[in-house]
Design a binder for this molecule. Sequence first.
Ligand code: ZN
Length: 476
Amino acid sequence: MAKDNQFVNQIADIETDFPRWYTDVVIKTKLVDYGPVKGTMVIRPYGYAIWENIQRELDARFKATGHKNAYFPLLIPYSFMTREAEHVEGFAPEVAVVTVGGGEELAEPLVIRPTSETIFGAMYSKWIQSYRDLPVLINQWANVMRWEKTTRPFLRTSEFLWQEGHTAHATEEEALEETMKMLGVYKEFAETVLAIPVFTGRKTEKEKFAGAVATFGMEAMMHDGKSLQAGTSHYLGQNFAKAFDVQFLDKDGTHKYVYTSSWGVSTRLIGALIMTHGDQRGLILPPAVAPVQTILVPIAAKKEGVLEATEALCAQLTAAGIRAETDTTDNSPGWKFNEWEMKGVPLRIELGPRDIEAGKMTLVRRDTHEKTEAPLENAAETVRNLLADIQANLLALAKKRKEERVVPAENMDELLQGVEGGNFVKAGWCGCRECEDKVKEQTAATARVLVEGEQADTCVCCGKKAKHVVLFARAY
Ligand code: ZN
């Protein structure tokens, strides 16, 4: 027991020091390390394997909805950024600019992409001539760079990985439909793959993407009651089409500007996974994205036949499509249990001489710590069912929190109390920027999304007539 406690104590207390807990977990589980340049991160193999699973699941969904992947350059002429007024205003403070190449001052400075609407716009103006060329549905998997002042691994770093979809359409209706469709794809993905239930909705003018007509976001509730923006889908109207002269000849013989959308999720999702499901012992990874779904630990591994039997079982699970590994190191079983628990592996199988003799295995779930025995016969089916159950249980737990921790507020005191208690707060808002700013000033909460289909009488801030119901929260 002494050893167990010592191990657990390596991670800061999740309830009293959540920020430290987060840092301890991402570093100790070897998801990530700090890069030599301030604000950068190295995504280590264990973290990158999670990203690969996220990519694979999302990419299949993008393809199923008609999108194709492409790759656009990292460098963008600085002048592109200035063509859309809101866009440059929003991004100028955080762009990294290349001014020297090959030892010579460049004639025009180049921006390291913070996002790619401008370069897609420039290329689409070449590629789109007629209504026959539409819609264009392209996604790219890429890195982007935003010069951030305060950074935290996965949550905010100067360089991060993401995907960005950029689509062009003949009509406003089609572009809006695409915007909402991809928000729906993200929501379904978040719930079924990441086991993270989300709130979705339109963002306020203040919170929308620089250059968009409207931004729709999905927000997830973290362990500490703060919100994490987990993905966004933007309706860009004709803003970028006009800035980059993306016109097509329509069926009626006239030239028209296209309507565009863009949408993205990033390696932030890994941060969301950690802060949604983790506990005092470390990570808890949903089976759908866990790099190792089942870890096999031989007990009394030096006894004849134990290691062989464990590896044979592991091979059987792997052949059935389960991501299984055997821990063959010479660490003690207790040490291994702690290590793999901290790394969030959903299921552990222990196999010792007595198990083998009795034709059974011992199974321990990471989510509930429940320990059961099952026959070695049909092991793959047993494991698959348990993993499905763990996936469902993680979603149910997160849903329960999401539902329990939304409270209403009629005035600023209630709003403050709500967010200080680790809740999201639903309140009326008159729609004016002054009130939105005041809420942030006094409570450190921001408008996460506008709630559809609900009404409130008065604004939580000024008491005037409410135009919207807003979900307020402190956010990452
Ligand atoms: Zn107001």
